[in-house]
Design a protein around this ligand. Structure first.
Ligand SMILES: Nc1ncnc2c1ncn2[C@@H]1O[C@H](COP(=O)(O)OP(=O)(O)OP(=O)(O)O)[C@@H](O)[C@H]1O
Length: 716
């Protein structure tokens, strides 16, 4: 088989230029993944290179698997060498050479849920609570320490005996240090390595041990890196360490698809590649084989609005299709209705459901879509996350409502200890036994035994009062009001806030919105029982049999994929771009994300949005990205409300003025003494990376202030 067959001239150049440093700057859908796979096959089949001497690094495990499959098809060889993510590759290195850092071969690789388990042990041992620091903040803090504040931490981990780490942990005085050293201690105790450690340890071995480094350098005759636009500094360093012997490095990236700068990715690595390495050959690939000219015209017009950009336009090669369609609904329900209607139309025309994909920026957007899909019996499957009514917080909230009206055991079990009321396994066993002996519900068992010593020092009495009061008072009240009140008064929302689970809080806000919509569309006489019946329909409904299903996923999940028909839903200010966008660069990244979403579509693209109100009650405007696309590239399905467009422009103009210019944000650590030009000296108590701000206790003030990273602070 001729591996070069069907490739265009640029792709052939990329495939056959095997020696030296090669950079491919490729547009979306220009066949870079195809070129990469063909290059691997060319090296193996045509040049006779052993697959085990090629390293091909992809961005996710999923793309590594896909790449391995493509290469397997091309080479027919089962040995596909090192096709892996950076982390996966480091695992291979450490499995062979971890003795160099005195770690066993069977070390443990840990993810976020393992980290949380370790944190739980530390909190328990040291009497910390989530109020001291929620887990997500603790994880961020550990990451910041490992990557920015204490980048040499791994030397301690490697060199310090376990006992010394233990002492550091137990003698630490600040919450941060207790957690950090507790975590390092826990890690070392079970020879566990998180994603940062994998790369740091591998780099350390390469730096310290010339022999091992040379062994890997010599082994990897050809190195190829995909999605280079999203490479971070540590991965870059690793790449540098690996390619130094044969000097055969091939990188592919698209500056317009950088969507991970928030995780440390740096586009400069791609743009400055030719300055860092000798005799770099650059190949530009802008021929797009994926999308219709109409879709590309709209996507090009959007991305052109980014100022900080390597200028290039995609050239279409696919047959012409319909213009990009824009639905502007009055409410999110209407938007979802239009989407469902269009899906039915497409299906009638013979388009299988599996060719249709709904993309969105934020998970909570799926609620309206799912309701409509279920109602219209359109089979679907969610690729990122769980169905809306199956999400933990939604089930919990509905169980609180069930406690008000039916007090059934299932609901009781679900929420009795959420938030913590000190009713754990042992007390539940007691209640279960009592209930079965006396033929009553668990709630009645609790009521009858509330004075018993077993239930002393628990939140039992408060819980009973909460449920009784709501049961008595909620008659005749709107369900939405009751739901908001019970989530507040039970402490459930507070628990989520303390955990820092913004996504879950957003989902709850969306649930409240759904209840509110239900009330307004159903007339006066709705009550909790009616609503629960309505919700049960969604939570128990089957989403359809078989494989022919509409796909729902976030834009991040869709990276690297392609679909014949794409709907980008919830294209509103505050959703897409996300309301968390605070800086000019952040906004450009959101625009790139929108560009990635648009360029997933092959035959037809729909952009949909809705009026009404946001989760925080503010009025909802169409996304600035709709305005960014030249009007003549869009087909609106109903006359455009010009007044709304004008108002949106004013809103966008105002909000753009608030975006901060990005400075080099090397943040200061908690504990640092600083001087503010007006408030005077103070101490940084906490660094909140997501809010781009410090929490500072100024000497002159009784309470703390949150101060933006951009404020002029002088280190003392
Ligand atoms: N030379 C070619 N002729 C025809 N079709 C091609 C050619 N090269 C690639 N394609 C097709 O174009 C589509 C896009 O290719 P591929 O997925 O490799 O692009 P990509 O550059 O990795 O995309 P992205 O960066 O947007 O994820 C695929 O369906 C692929 O089969």
């Amino acid at each position: 088989m001729d591996i070069l067959e069907g490739l265009n001239e640029k792709q052939i150049e990329a495939v056959t230029t095997t020696e030296g440093y090669v950079r491919v700057i490729a547009g979306a859908g220009s066949g870079k993944t195809r070129a990469l796979a063909s290059r691997f096959a060319y090296l193996v089949n045509d040049l006779g290179i052993m697959p085990g001497h090629i390293l091909c690094v992809t961005f996710t495990n999923k793309s590594a698997r896909e790449m391995a499959m493509r290469i397997h098809r091309l080479t027919g060889d089962n040995d596909t060498g090192y096709i892996n993510t950076f982390h996966g590759f480091c695992v291979s290195v450490l499995q062979e050479d971890s003795f160099a850092v005195s770690y066993p071969k069977n070390f443990l690789v840990i993810d976020n849920s393992d980290i949380d388990e370790m944190l739980a042990i530390i909190y328990e041992e040291m009497g910390l609570t989530l109020r001291d620091m929620p887990f997500n903040k603790a994880r961020d803090m550990i990451e910041m320490k490992k990557c920015v504040w204490e980048p040499e931490y791994y030397k301690d981990m490697i060199a310090m005996p376990l006992q010394v780490l233990y002492e550091r942990y137990h003698t630490a005085t600040t919450v941060q240090d207790i957690i950090f050293y507790g975590y390092l201690y826990q890690e070392k105790k079970c020879f566990a390595l998180d994603y940062n450690d994998l790369i740091k340890f591998t780099l350390y071995i390469f730096e310290e041990n010339e022999e091992i480094r040379l062994k890997w350098q010599k082994l990897l005759e050809y190195i190829m890196l995909d999605e280079f636009q999203d490479i971070d500094p540590l991965q870059y360093k690793l790449m540098e360490a690996l390619c130094g012997y044969h000097n055969n490095l091939f990188i592919v990236g698209d500056p317009d698809q950088t969507i991970y700068t928030w995780r440390g990715a740096n586009i400069r690595f791609l743009l400055d590649f030719d300055k860092k390495f000798p005799n770099v050959k650059t190949i530009l690939m802008n021929d797009n084989y994926r999308s219709s000219p109409e879709i590309l015209a709209a996507a090009n017009s959007l991305i052109a609005k980014n100022k900080n950009r390597f200028n290039k336009n995609l050239i279409a090669h696919r047959p012409s299709g319909p213009k990009v369609t824009c639905f502007m609904g009055k409410t999110a329900g209407e938007e979802a209705d239009r989407v469902a209607k269009e899906i039915i139309e497409l299906h009638k025309k013979g388009v299988p459901y599996k060719d249709i994909t709904l993309l969105y920026r934020a998970h909570y957007v799926t609620r309206n879509l799912e309701e409509k899909l279920l109602k219209k019996k359109i089979p679907y499957t969610i690729y990122s996350g769980t169905q809306f009514f199956g999400r933990m917080e939604i089930k919990d909230a509905l169980c609180y409502l069930r406690m008000i009206v039916s007090q059934d055991d299932m609901a009781f079990r679900r929420i009795i200890n959420k938030p913590k009321r000190n009713i754990g396994q042992r007390r539940m066993e007691f209640l279960t036994n009592y209930a079965s002996e006396n033929g009553c519900t668990l709630f009645e068992a609790l009521r009858k035994n509330v004075e018993e010593p077993t239930l002393k020092r628990t939140g039992a009495a408060d819980f009973i009062e909460l449920i009784d009061t709501f049961a008595k008072d909620s008659e005749g009240k709107p369900v939405s009001e009751v739901l908001s009140a019970i989530l507040d008064e039970s402490g459930y929302e507070k628990m989520l806030r303390t955990e820092g689970s913004q996504e879950r809080l957003d989902n709850l806000a969306e649930l409240k919105q759904s209840v509110f919509e239900y009330e307004t569309t159903c007339g006066e006489e709705t009550n909790i029982v009616h609503y629960l019946e309505h919700a049960a329909l969604f939570s128990s409904m089957d989403t359809g049999e078989g494989q022919d299903k509409v796909k729902l996923m976030t834009v991040h999940t869709a990276k690297g994929l392609e679909f014949p028909y794409v709907f980008i839903c919830g294209m509103n200010e505050g959703i897409f771009p996300s309301r968390k966008t605070r800086t000019v660069n952040g906004m450009e990244e959101e625009r790139r994300l929108a560009f990635v979403a648009m360029t997933r579509a092959e035959k037809a693209l729909y952009i949909t949005e809705a009026g009404g109100a946001n989760l925080d009650g503010s009025p909802r405007y169409p996304s600035r990205f709709i305005l960014d696309i030249d009007r003549d590239k869009l087909e609106f399905d109903s006359p455009v409300d010009e007044q709304l467009m004008k108002e949106t422009m004013v809103y966008v103009g105002r909000s753009t003025a608030f975006l901060q210019e990005d400075k080099d944000e090397t943040t200061m650590e908690a504990g640092t003494r600083v001087r503010h030009p007006v408030f005077g000296p103070g101490t940084i108590v906490e660094v909140d990376g997501s809010a781009h701000a410090y929490l500072i206790k100024f000497d002159s003030m009784p309470t703390m202030r949150q101060i933006s990273f951009h404020a002029r602070l002088f280190k003392l």
